[in-house]
Every structure is written in structure tokens, then in C-alpha cells.
Design a protein around this ligand. Structure first.
Ligand code: HPA
Length: 269
């Protein structure tokens, strides 16, 4: 696997004149608009990158965007790979391995999720403070010692300093934040009512189908992670949300997320 990661990273470096990103960003469902805020130097379609899987979900663009935001060099994944699409966990997390080889020192992840904390509302932005993994672990298999340890520590999985920075910036920018535990399941079914109650009982605040594998792999390589989740529905509510309203809320939350990411990236050490 390591050879494949290095081969793909070498290909990308050759295509981008050795662009060295400081931060990697994974844009979740409906959050690809952040890409418009990047002063783009290079764009690579996943299908043109040797070793990369190709995204199958509609509405997920599949490309890597290299450029600057607030003068900081970033690489953004517009579209990610989900386990429910049929990829192996190694394929799902391959881009994170490649971004590490390109030089990222921070990883920002985003997603859409269903709120299970009953104080959450559609359109809320939840800072991920921790997660519960209900998917196969992406580190199962032979460990590549060059990348990280066999038994990685998962304390401080979501970086406390980055969370503190988010809190400060959100206050300054008048952005309301929620905080909570993200429960990552395989999907593709949304949860039953009993499953939402179960997720709540085990300590979850939001349920989703992504992010956790990428974060585990980033932490395996000791990369500090910041994650946010846009609450697009409330799992424990009987109300079936008006679809247009949910989308509008999602877009509004997306704008807040973009603002937050942008300032956090500007202020990275
Ligand atoms: N469950 C799982 N994933 C999701 C949900 C949900 O309720 N909403 C958006 N992604």
C-alpha cells in the first residue's frame, strides 16, 4: 500500500509543480461550495489520478483542488469516498494518506449528519468533539510502521487547540456552534427510530456515514484534526422536514462552516 500511496503522491506533485499544502480539507455533502473560496492553482479530477477511487454518489464532485485561502496553501477534496459505495476502508482513506505524503500538517473534515441531541436544530453547525466508530476500522490489516503505530491513541482525536480556536472565532464572527459526539455508521440506510435512540443512549449527538475512517487514519499519522457536522435532519423528531427548508438550512449552515474554516486556516500556526 505504501508504494501505491507514494506513487500517487509523486504523480500529484509532478502535476502541481510540487505544491506543498499546509492543510487538507474534506468537503462533505452539500459543502463543496467552500471550493469557491480557494484561489485555485491546480485542479485534478479523481478519475485522472492513478490509484484514486472514483466517486459514485450524485452531487459529489470528485476532484482535488490545490490553492490558497487567506494566503495559506491548502488541498481540498471536493467529494469523498464512502464505505457504503462499496469501497474498501483502504480506498476510503487513501486520499488522506496521499495528502499526508503531500505535506499536510492539519486536516479539516466536514459532513452532513442527523441530529440526535434533542437540543439541536436543522441547520446547526456541530463541532465534533469525539466520535463513536460503528464501521470497520480502517487500520485493520498489516500496520505500516512508517505511517504510524500499531495501536494509535485516540485521546484528543479532535484537536483541543483547534476546537478552542473555533470557539473563539465563532464568538467573534457571531456563529452559533453546537458541540457533540459523531456516531459513524456504515449507511446507506438512515437509522430507524430505535437506532437513533440507541445512538443517543450510547452517547451520540449526531449520526452520519462518513468522516470517522478518515479521522482515524489522520490520527494514525499524528495529524491534528478539526471536524464539523451540519445538522440536516433531526433523527428523534417525528416531523418529516420540508425538503426545501432542509436544503436551505443546509446551505446557510454551509456558509457558516466556510466562514469558520476560512478564519481557522488563516490563523493556523
Ligand atoms: N443518519 C445518517 N447519516 C446522515 C443523516 C442521518 O440521519 N443525515 C445526514 N446524514
Amino acid at each position: 500500500m505504501l508504494e501505491e500511496i507514494k506513487r500517487t503522491a509523486a504523480f500529484i506533485k509532478a502535476q502541481t509543480n510540487d505544491f506543498t499544502p499546509e492543510a487538507g480539507i474534506v468537503l462533505g455533502t452539500g459543502l463543496g461550495g467552500f471550493a469557491d473560496r480557494i484561489e485555485t492553482s491546480y485542479t485534478l479530477e479523481y478519475k485522472d489520478i492513478p490509484g484514486f477511487p472514483v466517486s459514485t454518489v450524485e452531487g459529489h464532485k470528485g476532484r482535488l483542488i490545490f490553492g490558497e485561502i487567506e494566503g495559506r496553501r491548502v488541498v481540498a477534496m471536493q467529494g469523498r469516498f464512502h464505505y457504503y459505495e462499496g469501497y474498501t476502508m483502504q480506498q476510503v482513506t487513501f486520499p488522506i494518506r496521499v495528502m499526508q505524503q503531500l505535506g499536510i500538517r492539519y486536516l479539516f473534515v466536514s459532513n452532513a449528519s442527523g441530529g440526535i441531541n434533542t437540543s439541536f436544530r436543522v441547520g446547526d453547525l456541530m463541532v465534533i468533539t469525539d466520535h463513536i466508530n460503528l464501521m470497520p476500522n480502517p487500520l485493520i490489516g498489516r500496520n505500516i510502521a512508517e505511517l504510524g503505530p500499531r495501536f494509535p491513541d485516540m485521546h484528543n482525536c479532535y484537536d483541543r487547540d483547534l476546537i478552542a480556536a473555533a470557539t473563539r472565532i465563532a464568538e467573534e464572527e457571531n456563529i452559533k456552534l453546537q458541540y457533540g459526539v459523531y456516531v459513524g455508521g456504515t449507511g446507506p440506510t438512515f437509522e430507524t427510530q430505535a437506532e437513533y435512540r440507541y445512538f443517543k443512549a450510547i452517547g451520540g449527538d449526531a449520526a452520519g456515514m462518513s468522516t470517522v475512517p478518515e479521522v482515524i487514519v489522520a490520527r494514525h499519522m499524528s495529524i491534528p484534526v478539526f471536524g464539523v457536522s451540519v445538522i440536516t435532519n433531526c433523527g428523534l423528531s417525528d416531523e418529516v422536514g420540508d425538503h426545501e427548508d432542509v436544503q436551505r438550512q443546509g446551505r446557510k449552515a454551509g456558509v457558516k462552516m466556510e466562514q469558520l474554516f476560512k478564519r481557522m486556516i488563516k490563523e493556523l500556526k
